[in-house]
Design a protein around this ligand. Structure first.
Ligand SMILES: C[S@@+](CC[C@H](N)C(=O)[O-])C[C@H]1O[C@@H](n2cnc3c(N)ncnc32)[C@H](O)[C@@H]1O
Length: 235
């Protein structure tokens, strides 16, 4: 019931104030906690990366990892995961024989976690996780590249891959396809989908990005090779 007496109403309001204050404190506390997580856990290492190139951590699902491996298994040469997170793809790649397997990751917490996982798996000395900016590492000796990045950075990534990868290299992109390259194989459905691309012509002059040769993806109901993938050949 509403109090008629203004003095009584004021007293009631005063009594309610701690509740409102409590709510305010809760909101401020949550905001501060969220900021601390962002500043201390998610943000470290990214200060020098332009905002438009920052990609948050979302680990690949077991199925996505499986699909990446189905597209890379048996291939010789160095394998790298650009933005390796907690290192799951690199570790799985190493275990299935892709060597050397290297992860580049800016977030130091994730690099530490990746090393812990490798140590627990008995692979501490064999897999390599480097705390480096993927936009600054040279890819000239990489033959197998895995990327699980945001669509907003993929156009720029395409340019880097095109300019630096040697002919014969394969790129697998998870969740989102490279915007203009033609895949040679696609595995999985929805967000589990992974696209494979073969680099034919390396160097700045090279424009070819797909061998056009259908590759044999690991058996599975959702795997599709792309025999009719358009090929632009220059290299
Ligand atoms: C979507 S997660 C993918 C993680 C991992 N590849 C996986 O699939 O489990 C993207 C990762 O890229 C990292 N990353 C984003 N920008 C980076 C950069 N410039 N250099 C190195 N790592 C970066 C993020 O910290 C994040 O861990």
């Amino acid at each position: 019931m509403e109090p008629d007496d203004p003095a009584e109403a004021l007293t009631e309001l005063r009594e309610q104030r701690p509740g409102a204050l409590g709510l305010l404190q809760l909101a401020a506390g949550s905001g501060l906690a969220a900021y601390m997580v962002w500043a201390l856990v998610l943000q470290p290492g990214f200060r020098r990366v332009p905002l438009r190139l920052q990609v948050p951590y979302i680990g690949a699902s077991a199925r996505q990892v499986e699909h990446v491996l189905s597209l890379l298994r048996g291939r010789p040469g160095k394998m790298v995961d650009l933005g390796s997170g907690d290192g799951r793809i690199v570790l799985a790649a190493h275990k299935c024989g892709l060597r050397p397997a290297v992860g580049y990751e800016l977030n130091p917490w994730l690099v530490a976690l990746a090393r812990l996982h490798a140590w627990k798996a008995g692979c501490a000395g064999s897999v390599c996780y480097r705390r480096e900016d993927l936009w600054k590492v040279s890819l000239s000796d990489c033959h197998n590249v895995s990327v699980f990045l945001a669509p907003s950075v993929l156009p720029q990534l395409e340019d880097k891959l095109q300019a630096e990868l040697p002919p014969g290299a394969r790129v697998v992109s998870g969740r989102f396809p490279l915007p203009t390259w033609q895949p040679v194989a696609v595995v999985g459905e929805g967000l589990d989908r992974v696209w494979a691309y073969d680099v034919r012509g390396g160097g700045l002059a090279g424009k070819a990005v797909s061998s056009g040769v259908p590759i044999k993806a690991a058996p599975g109901p959702s795997s599709t090779s792309v025999p009719g993938a358009p090929v632009s050949q220059t290299g």
